[in-house]
Design a protein around this ligand. Structure first.
Ligand code: HDD
Length: 719
């Protein structure tokens, strides 16, 4: 049993899956060990100045019942530091989870880009932070929202940050409107509700008036807004960037992250239940997967376009961040693979203090004139000065480049470096002329002399930016009927949460301009008239690549709840466990109480297990009847053909939710077959039979994520 030690012992080391940031000195030598030492040296409790202490539980008082003395330096230091422990949370993307990993290039980028980290076989350390956008730091993970997908590559030529999202388009075309969209989407300023969601008046007020936001909003209302896991999200750089090869030839690119785990979501009901059952679901899922060795992987790819003067491709303006280019028109070319293989040691030092910046570019990757991107170049650097308390945040271990740093930036709040020399200016003779400027062969960042359009200074957009509906329409019409049903349900839910009728009506008009049938179905749900569209669409192309359904995927890291009762056969349970483990799927045993049932160790109980934790469930043998303490459901009268003996209602609830959320369900018969009776004998995603074959069937069902064909879909009527 763990007891309080009576003499100093070494603290627990970081777990094997945890890996702190590897920081470098200006000479390139690793300071990883030294950085850890700065945090905790020696065994004794000291003040911040290294003086050993004998007591930290009692303040210094004038007698045991007397007043506390101002001279108690330890009390003042301890409380004062605590008072300043929090830093301002990010204005957006406050809630996130991070992981370390490695990116390995396959060399396919060498022909279009001179960046060293894209050369064949080069391994580059990375740190990724996933996030929701709207919620505060402590908000729930499964809210309907866009997800951030920010990646830092610690390349040999400096840090490269790809700060993207899980949706390929954005709300606004010009960064000057960012405060407006954020103010509209954040909680109402008077009562500060609702937290972390767009289902409220100010959000729909703004997006219905500001129709360029409709393209992004429909992606939010689709299943993309409620991902199953950070591991099952695509990522997008959104803007068009410019790549420069070794002979100064340029092309335009859009970045994509393709998860090897597949792209999966949860149902809206599941998302809402999860936010109550486990608000840290995504954060936990990422850390658990990495800790268990199920390392998530993404291919990094680019769509490549010629760097033409008009910067359009197939009629799509590449400078408009509310537009994406269908993959059918420009296939994604894979440049390498990222594996996330280590958890942070310290959330604050790494995940909270990481400061991404789209201005962090490396030789070979440059910007375009996308007005959204241009504003971001200012905002990220600026925000860190408040958030991280001064201009030296680049020196924090997680932010420090792995390439040697020799800048002429000096002093400022929280300066950690002790710069030597006397001449932080150029030219100089006193420091031997250092630092020197790089020559063309020294891998410098070169601003490619892209011509600038001769024009008057204007506050105006190009005409092509005026099309706000065609891509939202293309997206909706490219989804399967089931995914369209989810979009309809999401709009109906969100708009029903608005108090102002005029806002609902205005958004219905926007929907009419996207798709008449979508508008009609949402209007029916709201009990309103569908308005006539004000925009005519000619032909609408489709891009099936935006659908998440129809593929099969690896199942590593998925979880299956194995529900047992007092009489479940341990041989069956073991057969299921080993079949699932062999497929790298995680079985979690759910029993009527904690501890052991016979020889089987229980990991969850009927009371603390939630269906939302599992991607599928298997019931092994009979589950016990409802204990006296719980009101039992009369399953017979509820279903009309129920079991002879009523099942524990907590199990019925798990099974019922798994059924509704289209999850695979297996059952291994027991003596009275009460478990099997809860689910139909035959239906998509249902397996009955002997333990090993049921487990194999469940693994197979998991490959396509959910058994949606269990339910009829409404789909879009042809219009
Ligand atoms: Fe942003 C954070 C992604 C437009 C201003 N943004 C932030 C993060 C992500 C994005 C993933 C979190 C980074 C992290 O994990 O620390 N932002 C985007 C994308 C955009 C975008 C994909 C459009 C394509 N952002 C955008 C604009 C502005 C900002 C137009 C301002 C003009 N974003 C910020 C910020 C944040 C931020 C306020 C908050 C914390 C931070 O930067 O470091 O500066």
């Amino acid at each position: 049993m763990l007891v309080e030690p009576t003499k100093p012992q070494s603290p627990l080391p970081a777990k094997p899956d945890q890996q702190g940031p590897d920081t470098r000195t200006a000479t390139g030598a690793s300071t990883k060990v030294a950085a850890a030492d700065v945090a905790q040296q020696g065994s004794f409790l000291t003040t911040a100045h290294g003086v050993r202490l004998v007591d930290t539980d009692h303040s210094l008082k004038a007698g045991p019942r007397g007043p506390t003395l101002l001279q108690d330096h330890h009390l003042r230091e301890k409380i004062s530091h605590f008072d300043h422990e929090r830093i301002p949370e990010r204005a957006v993307h406050a809630r996130g989870a991070g992981a370390h990993g490695v990116f390995v290039a396959n060399g396919a980028g060498q022909n279009i880009c001179r960046s060293g980290f894209l050369k064949s076989g080069v391994q580059t350390p990375v740190f990724v932070r996933f996030s929701t956008v709207l919620g505060s730091r402590g908000s729930a993970d499964l809210v309907r929202d866009t997800r951030g997908f920010a990646t830092r590559f610690y390349t040999g030529e400096g840090n490269y940050d790809l700060v993207g999202n899980n949706i390929p388009v954005f709300f606004i075309q010009d960064g000057i409107k960012f405060p407006d969209v954020v103010h509209a989407a954040k909680p109402h300023p008077d009562r500060e509700i609702p937290q972390a969601q767009s289902a409220h008046d100010t959000f729909w007020d703004w997006v219905s008036l500001h129709t360029e936001a409709q393209a992004h909003t429909i992606w939010n209302m689709s299943d993309r807004g409620v991902p199953r896991s950070f591991r099952t999200m695509e990522g997008f750089g959104i803007h068009t960037f410019r790549m420069i090869d070794a002979s100064d030839q340029t092309c335009l690119v859009k970045f994509h992250w393709k998860p090897k785990q597949g792209v999966h979501s949860v149902t809206w009901e599941e998302a809402q239940l999860t936010n109550g059952n486990d608000p840290d679901f995504h954060r936990r899922d990422l850390a658990d997967a990495i800790e268990s060795g199920a390392y998530p992987e993404w291919d990094l790819g680019v769509q490549v376009f010629p760097d033409t003067n008009d910067q359009t491709f197939e009629g799509i303006d590449l400078l408009d961040p509310t537009k994406f280019v269908p993959e059918e028109l420009a296939p994604v070319q894979v440049l390498g693979t990222m594996t996330l293989n280590a958890n942070p040691v310290n959330y604050f030092a790494e995940t909270e203090q990481v400061a991404f910046n789209p201005s962090n570019l490396v030789p070979g990757i440059d910007l375009t004139n996308d007005p959204l991107l241009q504003a971001r170049l200012f905002s990220y650097l600026d925000t860190q000065i408040t958030r991280l308390g001064g201009p030296n945040w680049n020196q924090l271990p997680i932010n420090r480049a792995h390439a040697p740093i020799n800048d002429m930036l000096r002093d400022g709040q929280h300066q950690n470096a002790v710069h030597s020399g006397v001449a932080p200016y150029r030219p100089n003779s006193l420091d031997g002329g250092c630092p020197f400027l790089a020559g063309p062969n020294d891998h410098p960042f070169i601003d490619i002399p892209v011509p600038v359009e001769a024009s008057a200074k204007v506050r105006q957009n190009p005409v092509s930016f005026e099309d706000h509906f065609s891509q939202a329409r293309m997206f909706y019409r490219s989804l399967t009927p089931l995914e369209q049903d989810h979009v309809v349900a999401a709009y109906t839910f969100e708009l029903s949460k608005c108090y102002e009728q005029v806002i609902r009506e205005r958004q219905l008009l926007a929907l009419a301009n996207i798709d008449a049938d979508l508008c009609q179905r949402v209007a029916t749900g709201l009990g309103l008239e569908a308005p006539a569209p004000t925009v005519n669409h000619s032909q609408t192309p489709t891009t099936p690549a935006v659908s998440q359904l129809g593929n099969t995927w690896p199942v590593a890291g998925r979880t299956v709840g194995v529900i047992i009762g007092p009489d479940s056969d341990p041989t069956d349970v073991e057969a299921i466990r080993s079949t699932l483990f062999n497929a790298n799927v995680i079985p979690l045993i759910v029993g009527p109480h904690g501890g052991k049932i016979g020889s089987i160790t229980v990991q969850r109980t009927y009371s603390n297990a939630a269906s939302t934790e599992f991607d599928a469930i298997i019931i092994v043998g009979d589950t016990p009847p409802a204990p006296d303490a719980l009101p039992s459901l009369d399953a017979k009268s509820a279903s009309g053909h129920g079991p002879e003996m009523p099942t524990d209602p907590r199990v019925s609830k798990l099974v019922g939710e798994a059924w509704r959320h289209a999850k695979a369900i297996g059952s291994v018969p027991g003596k009275s077959s009460n478990s099997a009776a809860q689910i139909p004998a035959e239906a998509p995603g249902i397996a009955h039979g002997a333990a090993p074959s049921v487990a194999e069937d469940i693994v197979d069902f998991l490959r396509s994520h959910r058994s949606w064909d269990r339910f009829p879909t409404q789909g879009r009527a042809e219009t």
